[in-house]
Design a protein around this ligand. Structure first.
Ligand code: ATP
Length: 639
């Protein structure tokens, strides 16, 4: 709070009130953010920029927020940037007058087209200087670029990019190019943008009086507002709804304006790992719970409107998966009970063998095409296992307990073999019964169980302690697999020359917004897999590690990668490590945690790097492992 009192907003305002805010404000803010990893500082920098916008031209706040999160529309619309290198290099040549060879050479050297374009621009002179770029005009141009389709779209997109680059000054072209690639990569996470947004609006709406409050009071108000804004965004992840509502009414009552609505997917509720049935019973001593099969497929949040005339299917990451599942879409109407007009239910789509009436592993599902699927071409059948109901006939059920949501689910859909079934469940407190249900679930081809408290609400985007997973892995000591981000690689030797022989893996710490190394991975690969991985990872090579990576000087890889890909790995155990940085400070004040003997299970295309296993999860798993070891030791003594 004291930081905000000291901020001199007028110092950054170089434009007139009511005029469109120049893009340079954001470019300079990005530059400053890239220079720090301190979260509070990052938020303060953003707040300063947002306050300057609010003081002069509030409608520019929405486009500014989009540019900060590097998107042009809500995720579920599918409208996104991600312009390829080849197009960008051509546009850069045209805009700067440099030839392709020199741009490519500079790219090899710097590994970042943003740096290349800034360097290429500095010697370029233009005869007629175009007007300065504004925040609103840059977002508009990005939206047009993202939405241009058709046979000539390549040339048209390039033309629009050239125009932007010609008008860009100083450090601007760098951020334009990176944004176009959808790789802003300044270490700015969406949570920080949300916090900054709520702080800036609070200070703006409160006027000078807000700043005169004692620090403690102001800090409390800011914190409370930020919680509401984060909650509102998790229920209704659309800035088009959130920002205007916030501007007009502030955070009080925001949830009544900005709430879950069909057509806009919520980020799904997730589960925490446990170390076994014993822990579940202990945690939920006086709490009612139920256990369900944890199916191994793909999450499907199914939004049904107008009695089944409109159906949307969203992925775990709020992507629109409707074009992937025309078969599911076509069957929904027939599964609705007559009194259902609109419903949103949560389900797992699982590959299915209709002849043997058996579910199939995730690997089979992953062979299904993602786009433009025609029902007749479908080779992999899927069945839906429904497990939650988030909305029914005009009413959000997010704030209702699971018992009610389940009742709503069972009352709204009709089960049909091979099409839709309710997730198998059991409600029991008996250790043996639960253990045998776990074995049964694994034999049935699932990943194990999810334990859910019956009295709690749906918590969008949370890894909640009201949902606990019991995977078969827990018996081996490590409660779960890890989702890690390869951030570097070591050259292979001997037979592995030409490919990478080992990778440096990291987890993500959302609190510090850093990637922390957790292990080296170099065994268990087939030769074919090694070359496939090398090919997939090469385009992510960067010449320097990102400033938001933490690693040890004794383990510097031969090449560094952008945090871009998520791999699921299984490990033998976790140990305190002098060389790795995962969960640094959480279990040991000066040492991190590493995983031993990791093996790659699969590439997780459905996860973004920020969805990787978090530092806090690593710390939890480490503690769980200690408990299991103790139990085993006691059992051995007793036996
Ligand atoms: P995973 O790697 O297993 O997908 P995750 O971190 O993405 O892990 P978890 O919290 O472990 O997610 O588990 C939740 C996921 O499990 C859901 O996103 C969903 O796809 C899947 N799932 C399968 N069956 C169920 C169920 N009965 N209830 C809730 N989620 C289920």
């Amino acid at each position: 709070a004291s930081k905000y009192k000291e901020q001199d907003i007028s110092a950054v305002i170089s434009w007139k009130e009511g005029q469109p805010v120049p893009y340079s404000l954001l470019a300079n803010t990005f530059e400053a953010i890239a220079g720090t990893t301190k979260r509070l500082e990052i938020v303060a920098l953003l707040v300063s920029a947002f306050r300057a916008i609010l003081a002069t031209n509030p409608p520019d706040l929405l486009p500014a927020v989009y540019l900060c999160v590097n998107r042009v529309a809500p995720a579920h619309t599918g409208i996104e940037l991600g312009i390829g290198e080849a197009t960008l290099i051509k546009a850069m040549c045209e805009a700067t007058g440099k030839n392709e060879a020199s741009i490519k050479k500079s790219y090899e050297e710097h590994g970042d087209l943003g740096v290349v374009v800034v360097g290429a621009r500095s010697t370029q002179r233009t005869m007629f200087a175009p007007p300065p770029l504004t925040i609103a005009s840059v977002l508009k141009a990005f939206q047009n670029i993202a939405q241009t389709t058709g046979t000539k779209s390549g040339d048209q997109k390039r033309g629009m990019i050239v125009k932007l680059l010609v008008a860009a000054k100083g450090n601007e072209p760098g951020y334009i190019v990176r944004s176009l690639q959808a790789k802003l990569r300044i270490g700015l996470a969406e949570q920080s943008v949300l916090v900054a947004l709520s702080h800036a609006v609070h200070l703006h709406r409160g006027g000078p009086a807000a700043l005169k409050q004692p620090d403690v009071k102001l800090a409390e108000a800011l914190e409370a507002g930020a919680q509401v804004v984060k909650q509102a965004y998790s229920e209704c992840p659309s800035y088009d709804v959130l920002v205007p509502a916030l501007l007009e009414h502030g955070s009080t009552d925001l949830l009544s304006r900005c709430h879950f609505m069909p057509g806009v997917p919520v980020k799904p509720m997730l589960a925490k790992a446990t170390n076994g049935v014993g822990e579940v019973l202990e945690k939920f001593t006086d709490i009612e719970f139920t256990v369900e099969y944890k199916y191994d497929g793909e999450r499907a949040q199914v939004h049904v409107l107008d009695g089944g005339k409109t159906v949307h299917i969203f992925s775990r990451n709020a992507e629109n998966n409707t074009p992937k599942y025309p078969d599911i879409v076509s069957r929904i109407k027939g599964l609705l009970k007559p009194e259902v007009d609109s419903i949103v239910f949560d389900a797992e789509a699982v590959a299915y063998d209709p002849e043997k009436k058996k579910i199939l592993p995730f690997q089979v599902l992953s062979t299904r095409a993602r786009k433009d699927v025609a029902v007749d071409d479908i080779k992999v059948q899927v069945v839906l296992f429904a497990f939650d109901c988030l909305y029914l006939n005009g009413q959000s059920l997010l704030h209702k307990p699971l018992t009610e949501r389940r009742a709503a689910l069972y009352g709204s859909l009709t089960e049909k073999e091979g099409e839709l079934l309710y997730a198998s469940y059991k409600t029991s407190r008996d250790v043996e019964e639960l253990e045998s249900f776990l074995n049964e679930s694994v034999e049935a081809g699932t990943e194990g169980l999810i334990v859910k408290t019956l009295g709690d609400t749906y918590e969008p985007s949370k890894r909640s302690s009201h949902w606990l997973k019991l995977k078969k892995d827990y018996m081996e000591g490590v409660g779960d697999t890890f989702d890690v981000v390869p951030v570097g690689a070591f050259f292979g030797k001997g037979k592995r020359t030409g490919v990478f022989g080992a990778y440096l893996l990291a987890v993500y710490d959302p609190d510090t917004e850093t990637y922390q190394t957790i292990s080296k991975l170099g065994t268990g690969f087939s030769e074919e897999q090694l070359s496939q991985l090398a090919e997939a990872m090469r385009p992510h090579t960067i010449p320097q590690p990102r400033h938001y990576y933490t690693w040890d000087e004794s383990l510097v890889p031969d090449v560094w990668f952008d945090a871009a890909v998520v791999w699921e790995v299984k490990a033998a155990d976790l140990s305190i490590s002098p060389r790795h940085k995962a969960a640094l400070g959480l279990v040991d004040p000066t040492k991190g945690i590493s995983i031993r003997f990791p093996r790659l299970i699969r590439v997780r295309d459905d996860k973004s790097p920020e969805d990787a296993t978090s530092a806090a999860q690593v710390a939890d798993m480490f503690r769980n492992q200690a408990v299991i070891r103790q139990q085993k030791a006691q059992d051995n003594q007793a036996g």
